[in-house]
Design a protein around this ligand. Structure first.
Ligand SMILES: Nc1ncnc2c1ncn2[C@@H]1O[C@H](COP(=O)(O)OP(=O)(O)OP(=O)(O)O)[C@@H](O)[C@H]1O
Ligand SMILES: [Mg+2]
Length: 388
């Protein structure tokens, strides 16, 4: 009997929303349909602006959440159209797992802050309007996946390691999964059922995207060709890698709150930039080096690194990763049956399913929470669907 869920993910790259419709009634989840809808430029700019304090931001955030629900709905309709060709109907989809759009991630913002009221939970904020999404699609929506883990003293991130473990772990080999979205995160899967580890490494594509847009007008460095035309600046790379986050012990997670254009601009002040492509090469090296060092430090026996997220399409980044990890086979997750842009979305379909079964979706060893928690909250579809 088929067991269908949808997953919707829009990450820190702010490029758009990725969605999948997955059948979990199989030993390996099967993606029946996948679709991506890019964010219109003005919406992307507004989401980026909402990552920092600004005029009337509560009102603007609420409107952005509504617009996100509209984009998510487009993805859902594209998924249903594709799946329809295989005889799958909307009524068979148990729920949508919708991540929302992170605009703040400050899991450590507590303690001596008088505004915390003494709570030991920091906060993370994903713009979303799951009620509107349920209304527009006629489907149940599970959303707000991170706050239960934060309430239990965890980072609320990364959440994908439990899913990576479920689908990628191999009994005989230490492997790792590296997701390179706006931020990069690593999942370490030890052989013989050893403990799963996971944490955010630091910047993924976000800084590269920013620099590329500013100097070429293009939203990202396709295949890393522009970076490949430049030369890494060793002094700048060393200064960037000296950020305390890189040597901090897990559990740890980060976001645009730390690795953002203001941080980069500060690091660049005083550096002699002769050609902007040299900075692009250096930012690409920063992502590759930070991830490779984390792998070597935390899982030195890893023999295979599976890469997902849009960064897997950056050939220069993949080349630099492989060069920094001799003896490790570095390849996109496609090799294990899930294309790079489907992994995170499938993880949120998987988490929606976990919610449905009231199973914990978090790993306390990864997030630092007091215990595993059932993640998310349900927004029930209207009984008479009017759109689907
Ligand atoms: N062909 C390509 N060449 C180089 N980089 C690419 C290519 N395609 C996508 N990318 C990069 O991938 C990014 C999008 O990746 P992705 O959607 O995985 O990130 P995300 O939205 O931040 O997701 P998450 O937060 O879930 O990891 C783009 O912003 C771009 O930097
Ligand atoms: Mg994306």
């Amino acid at each position: 009997m088929a067991d269908y869920y949808m997953g919707l993910m829009s990450g820190t790259s702010l490029d758009g929303a990725d969605g999948v419709l997955v059948d979990f009634d199989l030993p390996v989840p099967r993606v029946m349909a996948s679709a991506s809808v890019p964010f219109p430029d003005a919406f992307r700019a507004e989401l980026l602006a909402l990552n920092t304090a600004g005029h009337n931001e509560l009102h603007r955030a609420a409107l952005a959440a509504n617009q996100l629900a509209m984009v998510y709905t487009q993805v859902v309709h594209a998924l249903l159209a594709q799946a329809g060709h295989q005889g799958v109907t909307a009524g068979q989809v148990r729920a949508i797992g919708a991540h929302g759009q992170t605009v703040r991630h400050r899991p450590q913002e507590f303690g001596d802050d008088p505004l915390s009221g003494g709570s030991d939970a920091g906060y993370t904020l994903q713009l979303n309007n799951p009620a509107l999404l349920a209304e527009l699609t006629g489907l149940d929506v599970v959303a707000d996946f991170r706050t239960a883990d934060l309430a239990a003293g965890g980072q609320g991130a990364p959440l994908v390691p439990a899913f990576h473990h479920a689908v990628f772990a191999q009994p005989q080999r230490d492997i790792a999964v590296l997701n390179i979205g706006g931020i990069s995160n690593l999942t370490l899967l030890a052989a013989h059922g050893g403990a799963v580890k996971g944490f955010d490494c630091g910047p993924g594509n976000a800084l590269m995207d920013f620099w590329c847009l500013q100097h070429t007008g293009r939203p990202y460095d396709a295949s890393g060709a522009w970076a490949a035309s430049g030369t890494v600046m060793p002094g700048l790379l060393a200064r960037l890698l000296a950020a305390p986050y890189f040597t901090k012990a897990p559990p740890k997670s980060t976001g645009r709150d730390l690795f953002n254009p203001a941080w980069l601009t500060g690091q660049l002040s005083g550096a002699e930039v002769s050609a902007p492509q040299d900075v692009q090469a250096t930012l690409t090296a920063l992502t590759a080096q930070a991830c490779a060092r984390d792998l070597i430090r935390h899982a030195p026996h890893t023999t295979e690194l599976l890469v997902c997220g849009g960064g897997a399409f950056n050939d220069e980044l993949m080349r630099q990763l492989a060069q920094a990890l001799p003896g490790v086979r570095v390849q996109p997750t496609t090799a294990c049956g899930l294309p790079p842009l489907q992994v995170e979305a499938t993880a949120f379909a998987w988490l929606a399913r976990a919610w449905h079964h009231r199973e914990p979706g978090s790993l306390p060893a990864v997030t630092g929470a007091r215990g595993p928690r059932v993640l998310g909250a349900l927004y029930v579809a209207p009984t008479v669907a009017h759109c689907v």
